[in-house]
Design a protein. Structure first.
Ligand SMILES: Cc1cc2nc3c(=O)[nH]c(=O)nc-3n(C[C@H](O)[C@H](O)[C@H](O)COP(=O)(O)O)c2cc1C
Ligand code: SF4
Length: 417
């Protein structure tokens, strides 16, 4: 079965003028916000809950539960945070939404603000995303001038406004608690969880933090209703899903499909492996993801089918490698990435990512030592179990996946099967 392509989240991308609020208004813009104002916060949260939307930032948390918990949390000050840090290697879907349909995200954040009872939102936009930040900032100002943001959103009497903050230039700043620290002007290091952001987020106050793609679904859920939205895609992972395809693929780009399609569907959509080459592997889910090969082509890209195989959708990035690529070289580079990006706060990750990188450097230089493969597996287990945050917990994922997928580099298997 071919992938069911959709055109919801990307419908305005490349069509609407991202700098024109009137163009956005002419294309259904702000109708969802208007509807949410009229229907009230309980209705909105009920729709988001009924949509059964799981967060698209990688952790798959139910959006409705997050919003309802923050709405119910005591206290007058609450925050909405848009996680637009998108630093996962191979991921660029959020960038497309930010650059090409920024008003939709402003509208979604305003709906979130009114629903959870927050007067202030922050958009934390990756430092390198200059165009995205400029367009989003301009969209905020235009929306404010039209009364979609400000002291009384659309005359509702409820305030909500958005401030843009730029990312600190580190992969870890996308992790929600590190993001809060960075947003507050501190070093972007993760905090211990619990407490979770729903009770102690930005400025240690109840906070809804959502990924850009997750947030982009909100106006659609409000417009079509949560039950109708939940009919899209697979029952346990509803809705449209964006995938960023790159590497040795004929037509790299961002693709929107209904959840439940396979890797084969995605590759076909993007024209297949480029230049008549064959698929060696695809890194699915970014640096924190794992390798899929031709044996995985027909498995639905769903949490329940991927997780038992040690695979993940992550943030929806798919990097394709043809048969000419030295996959151990790729794996070494991934290990270098984690060693570079570890914030250094906890020992398993700080030391583990370094040792992991050194072993892979030895292995790819033909200098491996007896016990290296076993040590890689042990390091992986310790980092996964004992690291404070998701970076350390997933830093060995691709490495362990490579060990289970590719023949060991020359000279390694001899003394270290
Ligand atoms: C190391 C690391 C980096 C992350 N980077 C991002 C990111 O760039 N964008 C994002 O939305 N979530 C990122 N996350 C996930 C966030 O911590 C959080 O789960 C997400 O913002 C929640 O939004 P969602 O429920 O809409 O997915 C990252 C997590 C980890 C552990
Ligand atoms: S797991 Fe790594 S990135 Fe996360 S807090 Fe520990 S050292 Fe920092």
């Amino acid at each position: 079965m071919a992938a069911q392509t959709l055109n919801l989240l990307l419908a305005r991308c490349g069509v609407v003028d991202p700098d024109s609020i009137t163009d956005y208004e002419a294309r259904d813009g702000f109708t969802a916000l208007r509807h949410a104002v009229e229907a009230g916060p309980e209705w909105t949260i009920d729709q988001v809950t009924r949509s059964r939307l799981l967060g698209r930032g990688g952790a798959l948390f139910p959006m409705g539960r997050k919003w309802a918990t923050v709405r119910a949390a005591p206290g007058a000050r609450k925050y909405v945070v848009l996680n637009a840090d998108e630093s996962e290697p191979g991921a660029f879907k959020d960038r497309k939404l930010l650059e090409e349909d920024p008003f939709a995200l402003v509208e979604a954040m305003a709906i979130a603000g009114l629903a959870i009872g927050s007067a202030q939102g922050y958009a934390y936009i990756r430092g390198e995303y200059a165009l995205a930040a400029r367009r989003f900032q301009a969209a905020v100002e235009a929306a404010r001038a039209r009364g979609y943001l400000g002291a009384s959103v659309l005359g509702s009497g409820q305030p909500f406004d958005i401030e843009v903050r730029r990312g600190g230039g580190a992969y870890i700043c996308g992790e929600e608690t590190a993001l809060f620290n960075s947003l507050e002007g501190r070093r972007g290091e993760p905090r211990m969880k619990p407490p979770f952001p729903v009770t102690s987020g930005a400025f240690y106050l109840p906070t809804v933090i959502n990924n850009v793609e997750t947030m982009a679904n909100v106006p659609h859920i409000v417009r079509m209703g949560g039950d109708a939205y939940a009919q899209i895609g697979a029952p346990a992972f509803t809705g449209p899903k964006l995938f960023s395809l790159s590497g040795h693929i004929a037509r790299p780009g961002v693709y929107e499909v209904a959840t439940g399609g396979t890797l084969r569907d995605l590759l076909d959509l993007a024209g297949g492996v480029a230049g008549g080459h064959s698929l060696q592997a695809a890194l699915v889910g970014g640096a924190a993801g794992a390798f899929m090969t031709s044996s995985h082509l027909d498995i639905p890209l769903l949490p329940e089918t991927l997780a038992p195989l040690g695979l993940t959708i992550g943030a929806g990035s798919v990097v394709v490698f043809n048969e000419t690529v030295d996959m151990w070289n790729v794996t070494r580079q991934l290990a270098e990435f984690f060693a570079e990006e570890s914030c250094g706060q906890c020992v398993p990750c700080r030391v583990g990512t370094q040792r992991q990188m050194e072993i892979l450097e030895r292995m790819t230089a033909g200098e491996s030592r007896p016990g290296d493969v076993a040590l890689l597996r042990e390091l992986g287990a310790v980092m996964t179990d004992a690291s404070i945050c998701g970076l350390g917990q997933t830093a060995s994922s691709a490495v362990l996946s490579a060990l289970n997928t590719f023949p060991l580099p020359a000279g390694v298997g001899g003394h270290d099967a």
